[in-house]
Design a protein around this ligand. Structure first.
Ligand code: BTN
Length: 254
């Protein structure tokens, strides 16, 4: 194991008692999978699983999440929210804002959000979030590329924060613990919404909905629950609560 350890995280926790709920591994299949196993065995609200490397990191839409050792943060928190399920759908979007704030505080970098929860720096995705439910339990899984080098096709779309060192990873992991544990409170106070809109990189742009290849919509607004409001070419509204969009390249005067 590297200096990326619970001992390195503890000094940066806002609530020192959280250290008892952090499980850290050198290698795991997936921190989300481990968090699910632990949730099913009764792990408490706010428990965290962190790995230095994942052999089967999972992304959204059944994709793989590249998770090499020593260069990223692979983090999952078990949440047992008290808020109604209709409100809990906001967790995904609220988590994006919490991660942006953590990165800004620790690394001084300002990330943009591509709906729903992909985080970008300089046009490349540097962080992905996978929120999964196990009954009433929610697992918020976060993968941050701190200093990951990508090759081939991935290098065109994926990037890194380019912050190095275990100390930095420890500080960032601690800040994730501090902020993701407050997610339910953020939702109750709608404390995430304005910042989510401000950081959005798609509002006002033309987008394609991944589930409708070739489609073209204007990304008009983000609703109170984090839903995306789109307009088609005839001005007809379409509202998405889940899914994925990509920004359409612009040609000439389009
Ligand atoms: C995505 O970009 O599609 C979401 C990626 C989520 C990756 C993180 S890494 C920690 C946690 N464990 C996983 O297997 N996935 C999430």
């Amino acid at each position: 194991m590297t200096g990326f350890s619970v001992l390195g995280i503890i000094p940066h926790l806002q609530d020192a008692s959280m250290q008892e709920q952090i499980w850290m591994f050198d290698t795991l299949d997936s921190t989300n999978a481990e968090a699910k196993r632990r949730a099913l065995s009764g792990a408490s609200n706010g428990s965290v699983v962190i790995a230095n490397c994942q052999t089967a990191g999972r992304g959204r839409m059944g994709r793989e999440f590249y998770s090499p050792k020593d260069t990223g943060i692979y983090f999952s928190m078990i949440l047992r929210p008290q808020i109604p399920t209709q409100e809990a759908v906001q967790m995904t979007a609220a988590a994006s804002v919490a991660v942006c704030q953590a990165v800004e505080k620790v690394c001084g970098l300002s990330l943009s959000i591509k709906w729903v929860n992909d985080l970008y720096l300089d046009g490349k995705k540097v962080c992905g979030i996978l929120t999964e439910a196990v009954g009433s339990v929610i697992i918020v899984g976060i993968g941050i590329n701190c200093n990951t080098v990508f090759e081939g096709e991935l290098a065109e779309i994926a990037g890194s924060l380019f912050v190095s060192g275990d100390e930095m990873r420890c500080r960032l992991a601690a800040e994730l613990v501090n902020r993701i544990s407050r997610l339910e409170e953020d939702i109750l106070h709608q404390a995430w919404l304005d910042e989510y809109k401000r950081r959005s990189m798609i509002l006002g742009k033309k987008v394609t909905v991944l589930q409708e290849p070739g489609s073209c919509y204007l990304a008009e607004a983000i609703g109170d629950k984090g839903e995306l409001v789109l307009l088609d070419s005839k001005g007809k509204k379409k509202v998405l609560f889940t899914g994925e969009v990509s920004i359409r390249p612009t040609f000439g005067t389009e």
